[in-house]
Design a protein around this ligand. Structure first.
Ligand SMILES: Nc1ncnc2c1ncn2[C@@H]1O[C@H](COP(=O)(O)OP(=O)(O)OP(=O)(O)O)[C@@H](O)[C@H]1O
Ligand SMILES: O=P(O)(O)OC[C@H]1O[C@H](OP(=O)(O)OP(=O)(O)O)[C@H](O)[C@@H]1O
Length: 329
């Protein structure tokens, strides 16, 4: 089937085609009951049960497609959106636009963040050889910096150079850089050891890659996680809202558990402070006089100390249940 000619009337939703965000993104789609079959090597898949087509793209390109309104919705990293926006600012500055004109142009295009997806956490950091002489990022001014995030690195060093030169007007986008930013498309961590760069600007999560390459972080440019973004004028805002609400429900379900317990009514007030719930706990009377059953959503990562506290105040029969899906406000 020629999929490109079957897109009419469908909302386009961009999903990372590979890399660190792929598997968690696919899990989210499954949780949101977005059903599709991706043909081998095809980057477009029609959704069977909704008027949507999925478009599989590199995470780095998704802010461009969504920002230009070619695609309505997308999953990508916050770092990629920042890099795209920094690139747009640099182009605008090169074309002679002032910061105010740029801000006005940004309101007409660009993408909006709908929600943080809670995975893909990492930091874009300036890194230097652990045993070298560089201590702060300013020590790298005028040196060679290897990175895949060229626009963010240029902006970061432009700000540092402006600070060093005592420039205070804040409009740094058009400044000529003393620092040389070298674009690398992967394995950026090898650049220092191979003599290509004096420092790098690259992503760090566990720090294993950085450590293995004999590097240390001296500065953070951006903190990132995966986000759901939308274009400013989506083709079908109702479907965008439907998808956002389903994905929000899946994320909430992943983040919370349902905690149920029995407690004497006289001890309820203390227990409620331990499990206040998202809005309020549900309290039901038990058949046994003076006792109530309580049900409350608790953040998964806090459940063990919450159970300890509940036991201390006299709760019994404490049960913790997984939430399969949710719609909460
Ligand atoms: N180590 C990491 N831990 C968590 N999230 C990461 C990590 N590395 C990258 N990311 C996130 O995933 C996004 C995509 O990075 P990834 O390296 O998977 O890209 P890719 O599309 O495979 O591109 P490339 O071919 O350049 O590696 C990043 O922009 C960032 O938001
Ligand atoms: O701090 P860590 O947990 O070690 O993760 C950081 C590494 O992860 C990313 O690369 P990835 O492995 O996705 O491959 P890439 O070099 O092709 O981008 C990033 O570019 C770092 O190299």
């Amino acid at each position: 089937m020629d999929l490109v000619n079957h897109l009419e009337g469908r909302l386009l939703f961009a999903v990372p085609k590979k890399g660190r965000l792929l598997s968690a993104s696919l899990n989210l789609l499954e949780g949101a009951d977005i059903q599709f079959r991706r043909e081998n090597r095809l980057d477009i898949a029609l959704v069977k049960n909704l008027p949507i087509a999925l478009v599989f793209l590199p995470a780095a390109d998704i802010p461009t497609f969504v920002g230009e309104g070619r695609v309505d919705l997308g999953i990508t990293g916050y770092d990629q959106v920042q890099e795209h926006d920094a690139g747009v600012r640099a182009l605008a500055a090169a074309a002679g636009m002032s910061a105010e004109e740029q801000a006005a142009a940004d309101k007409l295009q660009g993408c909006e963040t709908i929600l943080d997806l809670g995975f893909g956490h990492c930091k874009l950091q300036t890194q230097v050889p652990a045993k070298g002489a560089y201590v702060t990022t300013k020590d790298l001014i005028g040196k060679n910096i290897g990175t895949s995030f060229v626009s963010l690195a240029e902006e970061h060093f432009a700000k540092l150079e402006a600070e060093q030169d005592g420039v205070t007007n804040g409009d740094v986008a058009g400044r000529k850089l003393k620092t040389k930013i070298i674009e690398l498309s992967g394995s950026v961590e090898a650049a220092c050891a191979l003599g290509v760069a004096d420092g790098i600007v690259d992503l760090v999560e566990s720090g294993e890659t950085m450590k293995a390459a004999g590097l240390k972080a001296i500065d953070t440019v951006v903190e990132s996680s995966a986000i759901l973004i939308r274009s400013r004028n989506p083709s079908n805002p109702d479907v965008v809202e439907l998808i956002a609400s389903r994905i929000r429900g899946v994320i909430t379900a992943q983040k919370y558990v349902l905690c149920q317990y029995n407690i004497e009514r006289s001890k309820l007030d203390r227990a409620k402070t331990i499990t206040p719930g998202k809005r309020a706990p549900t309290v039901t009377s038990l058949e046994e006089e003076g006792w109530v059953a309580v049900s409350s959503m608790v953040e998964k990562k806090k459940i063990a100390p919450v159970m300890d506290e509940l036991t201390k105040v006299g709760a019994t029969d404490i049960l913790v249940l997984d939430i399969h899906n949710s719609r909460t406000s």
